[in-house]
Every structure is written in structure tokens, then in C-alpha cells.
Design a protein around this ligand. Structure first.
Ligand SMILES: Cc1ncc(COP(=O)(O)O)c(C=O)c1O
Length: 435
């Protein structure tokens, strides 16, 4: 290992393995990265599900540069700057009807913590302070802070960190290989899995439950597309019991599913929605929580000179992030990117499903411009086959992701058909070599 690599304690990385053969990215543009060897690498995962408009888009670069020169920082507590209001207004107009209040954060994890706190505080403010319980879902990923890992359903992210948040329970995940393997788009079977929420409600009583949080499509645990009717059913059950429904749209937001948000695609509107990633196309860290007017208004009581919601971050609505967000939204609008995945999903899905029949491929799933290819694990070596495939593709100049033994694809929304072909052909070769 080179000594200069020693100090950086890397996030979510097999760091000793990485430092022996580092993969260093040094430049990016459009659909591509370049590494420190000068190799061009096709980005099959939008960086980390975030670079939805492609890399280094001119309007975004220009907006960040201009903002840095004009005003670096403005305190967001008891002060503000105009672009914060402008961006909130634009995001609220893009959001599904009713989600018209925007609270800014700096990441998906912070958005999740913010939404969970909003839900509990909302019930308290309207006189149901006993509603503190939070319900997540197995295989859910909601970032890495304590609230997020508590409602999240990934044991590897939870087991090292003690007792987590108390008063949390989980409904079952929706992955059902036996009935739904190789579904194109939404699986047909499994709307009834939402009824698991009734089981959890019966156990704890609805009067103790503040909110249910789910990803419309579970991304980090391998692209689990919701069965037809499942999210509608969750919505109905939450309504019946006065429980808030939170959609974590950190990866599904901003065009990934073929509409601005997965809530549009699936026709189900949550009470709170968490966002990040695509909000600034990954260019500057930023997240947000969207809330319904009625939730916001419950806080707007008491003397006007007092703070209504005791929550926020030093860098909430940071000027650089707001400038980047505005330019990113403009780029999406200029190029019709927030609906482009709906035009490409047929081609993308067909290309991906052409991998059916390759050795060890046990499922392929897709919706919009997101896809997953699930593989049989090598005996005694979980996730090693997927790692080999990931490394092989990278060596061929295509960057994908893997999670367990599932390969995930989520390319920038500017992708062209021949680039889809290249990604899928590269993946095909790597799967064959990893047999
Ligand atoms: C659904 C979901 N929620 C939250 C997060 C956490 O976001 P961040 O890494 O920006 O904290 C992620 C990250 O991938 C995510 O996929």
C-alpha cells in the first residue's frame, strides 16, 4: 500500500482490499469518468445513484462557480438567502400535489432523521404524544444515522451499534423470488404483503405508532420493485389508522422511475418524502424533506417570535447547494430528463432481461432506469461472485455496483441506447467469466 493512502478511513469500503489496488477517479463528464491511468469509464450507476443529469453539466458547474465567488455561506438559523426560497419553491412545484413544504438537509441520512423527528413531533403537537413508534421494513436502507439504521432492515448495518433507537418495529420485505423472479417492471404477486402492517399494528396498537417508512423501490438491498398494488395498500392501512406514511425517495427521486418521483410513477402520495442525491445531481451535498401542508401547519402555533421546529443543520440550504440544485432542476427541465426513463425503460429492460439463462442468474428486475441482476452466491463466499463481476466490468471500463450477490444498475438519465448495450454486453461477459 502506498503510505499516502493510509490516513483516509474509507466509508462502506473493503478498505484493505481497496488500498492494495485502488480505483481512483480523477475526472468526469457526461456519461463518463476517467481514472488516474487515463482510462475512460462508462458510469452505469450515476456515481452512487445521484448523478441523474450526467457529470459536470455546464449550467451546474457555472452556477456553483458563480455562487462560490458571490457568497460562500449564509447562516440558515434566523437568517436566509434568496436561493433557498427559490429552490424550495421549485422543488415543491415539482413534487406530487400536496407535498408543498420543503425542509433542507445535507444528505439522505439527515433527511431520514428529519422526517422521523417531524413525524413524532407532529403527533405530539396535535395532542397524540403517545404516537412515538416508528415502523420500517426488512431490507430497507435509510442511511446510516441512528434513526435510519433502526428503521432500516439490514442486519450488517445494525449489529455493531448497540440497542439502536427503541420503539421500532419492521414489516416484512417484498422480495419473493418463488413467485416473481424475472418480472418485467412491477411484479404481479404480493400486494397482500402490505397486510403485514396490520399484524404489527395489532401487536403495538395504532395509537402508539407515528409513522411507517419505506423506500418505494428498495435500492441498496438489491433493487426490489414493489408488487402491483402494494404501495396503495400500505397507504390505505396508514390512513385507516392515522399513521403517517413516509416514502424515502433518496434514490427514486428526480426521474429514476420515469416520472419526477416514484410517488408519481406508482400513483401513491406519502405524507412525508425524503430526498437527496438527484436534487443537486450529486454535485454538492444536499437533501430535503417534503411535507404536506397540514403537517407543517400543526407546528405553526404558539407565539410567533418562538422557533416552531427545533431542528436544522448549519449547512441546511447551503448557498452552493441551492445554486447547484437550481441549475440541476433547470438541466432536468431543459432536456426532459425527469421523464426520459419512461421512454428508455422498454429498451433498458429488454437489454437487461437478455441476460436470463446465463450461469447463476436467478433473477432480473427493472423499472425506469433502475435494474438488478441477482446471482447465486458461491458456496461459503457470500458476495464474492458479484465482487468479481464488478471488478471485471470495471477492468473493461464500465462501473456498476453490487450489493450482496446482486448487481445494481442505475445509469445517468442521459444514457443513450448504445451505452445501454455496452453496459449489458460487458456485464454478460463478466457473468460468464464468473461462472
Ligand atoms: C433510500 C436511501 N435513503 C437514504 C440514503 C442515505 O443517503 P446518504 O448516503 O446521502 O446519507 C440512501 C443512500 O443510498 C438511500 O438509498
Amino acid at each position: 500500500m502506498k503510505p499516502e493512502l493510509d490516513a483516509f478511513w474509507m466509508p462502506f469500503t473493503a478498505s484493505r482490499h481497496f488500498k492494495k489496488a485502488p480505483r481512483m477517479l480523477v475526472k468526469a463528464s457526461g456519461m463518463y469518468y476517467w481514472d488516474d491511468q487515463g482510462r475512460q469509464i462508462l458510469d452505469g450507476v450515476a456515481g452512487l445513484w445521484c448523478v441523474n443529469a450526467g457529470h459536470n453539466r455546464p449550467k451546474v458547474v457555472q452556477a456553483i462557480q458563480a455562487q462560490a465567488a458571490e457568497m460562500d455561506f449564509a447562516p440558515p438559523f434566523q437568517m436566509a438567502h434568496p436561493k433557498a426560497f427559490e429552490l424550495a419553491d421549485k422543488v415543491s412545484k415539482l413534487a406530487p400535489a400536496g407535498l408543498n413544504k420543503v425542509f433542507f438537509t445535507n444528505s439522505g441520512s439527515e433527511s431520514v432523521e428529519t422526517a422521523l423527528k417531524m413525524a413524532i413531533a407532529y403527533h405530539r403537537a396535535r395532542g397524540e404524544g403517545q404516537r412515538t413508534r416508528l415502523i420500517g421494513r426488512e431490507r430497507g436502507y435509510h442511511g446510516v444515522n441512528f434513526g435510519g439504521i433502526s428503521v432500516g432492515g439490514i442486519s450488517g448495518n445494525r449489529k455493531m451499534f448497540g440497542s439502536l433507537l427503541t420503539g421500532v418495529d419492521h414489516i416484512r420485505h417484498t422480495h419473493d423470488l418463488a413467485r416473481n423472479a424475472f418480472s418485467v417492471g412491477q411484479p404481479v404477486h404480493g400486494a397482500e404483503m402490505a397486510d403485514d402492517l396490520e399484524r404489527v399494528i395489532a401487536l403495538h396498537d395504532a395509537s402508539t405508532i407515528a409513522a411507517v417508512i419505506v423506500e418505494p423501490i428498495a435500492g441498496s438491498t438489491g433493487v426490489l420493485i414493489p408488487p402491483k398494488g402494494y404501495l396503495n395498500r400500505l397507504r390505505e392501512i396508514c390512513d385507516k389508522h392515522g399513521i403517517l406514511l413516509i416514502f424515502d425517495e433518496v434514490i427514486t427521486g428526480f426521474g429514476r422511475t420515469g416520472a419526477p418521483f416514484a410517488a408519481n410513477t406508482f400513483g401513491v402520495t406519502p405524507d412525508l418524502m425524503t430526498l437527496a442525491k438527484g436534487l443537486t445531481g450529486g454535485s454538492v451535498p444536499m437533501g430535503a424533506v417534503l411535507a404536506k401542508q397540514a403537517i407543517h401547519d400543526v407546528f405553526m402555533t404558539g407565539p410567533e417570535y418562538l422557533i416552531e421546529f427545533a431542528h436544522g443543520y448549519t449547512y441546511s440550504a447551503h448557498p452552493l447547494a441551492c445554486a447547484a440544485g437550481l441549475a440541476t432542476l433547470e438541466t432536468y427541465a431543459d432536456e426532459g430528463l425527469l421523464t426520459r426513463a419512461s421512454q428508455l425503460q422498454g429498451y433498458f429492460g429488454e437489454a437487461l432481461h437478455s441476460l436470463k439463462g446465463l450461469p447463476n442468474v436467478i433473477d432480473i428486475r427493472n423499472l425506469g432506469l433502475v435494474g438488478g441482476v441477482e446471482l447465486t452466491p458461491r458456496p461459503g463466499e457470500p458476495s464474492k461472485r458479484a465482487l468479481d463481476i464488478f471488478l471485471d466490468c470495471y477492468a473493461q471500463g464500465v462501473m456498476l455496483r453490487y450489493t450482496g450477490d446482486i448487481i445494481a444498475l442505475s445509469p445517468p438519465l442521459i444514457i443513450e441506447r448504445e451505452q445501454i448495450d455496452r453496459i449489458v454486453d460487458t456485464l454478460r461477459g463478466a457473468i460468464q467469466r464468473a461462472a
